[in-house]
Design a protein around this ligand. Structure first.
Ligand SMILES: Nc1ncnc2c1ncn2[C@@H]1O[C@H](COP(=O)(O)OP(=O)(O)OP(=O)(O)O)[C@@H](O)[C@H]1O
Length: 223
């Protein structure tokens, strides 16, 4: 049974070493997040920000420490179920040979959602992120990096995850589009109680977006 006020995500003394066990990539990371929280992660290049997101999405397991999601240890949650609820939007998204429309609907087809709901969600998120009609048939080579970031964000949002992990989602966007996106994410987290962790180098974006900022240096939380 879940204890009362169980956080959505809890990391307890999470550490990670490289495969030879010689280099420490993350050291004793502990924090927790509740439903609807927005956390910003900052830190210099190589500080461990992407690595931390990969642990939360279980693309890698920690060398020590525990990660709990929604009251369960991450290692006990089947990967398919976990990746429907914890979605990582990578820094340099790929469309893996699919068109934009296929990229957006593929995760919903995997979930075996009815066609009408798939179409409804496609329209909903396309409109929220201002994705024009003429992008739908395009493939990766026919999109700029910024356009791919928007598509990748829509792909994450269309899954309506409990926890969205965003790795530098606005790095290739012009500032108008970046602000528009951040505002959309804030209203989403408020209305749907989606919890969001966003890695971003731009302090101004992080300040606007988050309730809380965690700064990493050489794999450690410094504040
Ligand atoms: N599996 C791994 N084995 C060895 N070293 C790794 C592994 N994964 C990441 N690293 C190293 O860990 C450090 C942190 O990398 P990470 O990509 O998490 O940094 P970051 O803070 O996201 O950087 P950036 O802002 O440049 O994206 C880097 O020095 C990287 O080379």
């Amino acid at each position: 049974m879940k204890e009362q006020n169980t956080p959505l995500l809890r990391l307890s003394d999470v550490s990670l070493s490289d495969s030879l066990g010689k280099i420490s990539l993350l050291e004793e990371i502990s924090f927790s997040l509740n439903l609807g929280d927005r956390l910003g992660i900052m830190g210099q290049s190589g500080a461990g920000k992407t690595t931390l997101l990969r642990l939360i999405n279980r693309l890698q397991d920690p060398s020590s420490g525990l990660i709990e999601f929604d009251g369960q240890f991450l290692i006990n949650i089947p990967s398919i179920k976990l990746r429907q609820q914890v979605v990582l939007v990578p820094q340099e998204p790929k469309l893996l040979g699919m068109t934009v429309e296929e990229t957006l609907t593929y995760p919903l087809l995997l979930q075996k959602l009815p066609q009408t709901e798939i179409e409804q969600r496609l329209e909903q998120w396309r409109s929220h992120l201002s994705i024009p009609d003429n992008w739908l048939t395009r493939n990766e080579l026919q999109l700029s990096l910024g356009q791919r970031q928007i598509v990748s964000m829509a792909r994450g949002l269309i899954m309506q995850p409990k926890l969205l992990l965003l790795d530098e989602p606005t790095s290739a966007l012009d500032s108008d589009r970046a602000y528009q996106l951040i505002e959309k994410l804030i209203s989403l987290s408020q209305n749907n109680l989606t919890t969001i962790i966003m890695v971003n180098h731009q302090k101004i974006m992080v300040d606007q977006f988050t309730d809380r900022i965690l700064t990493l240096r050489q794999g450690k939380i410094i504040n």
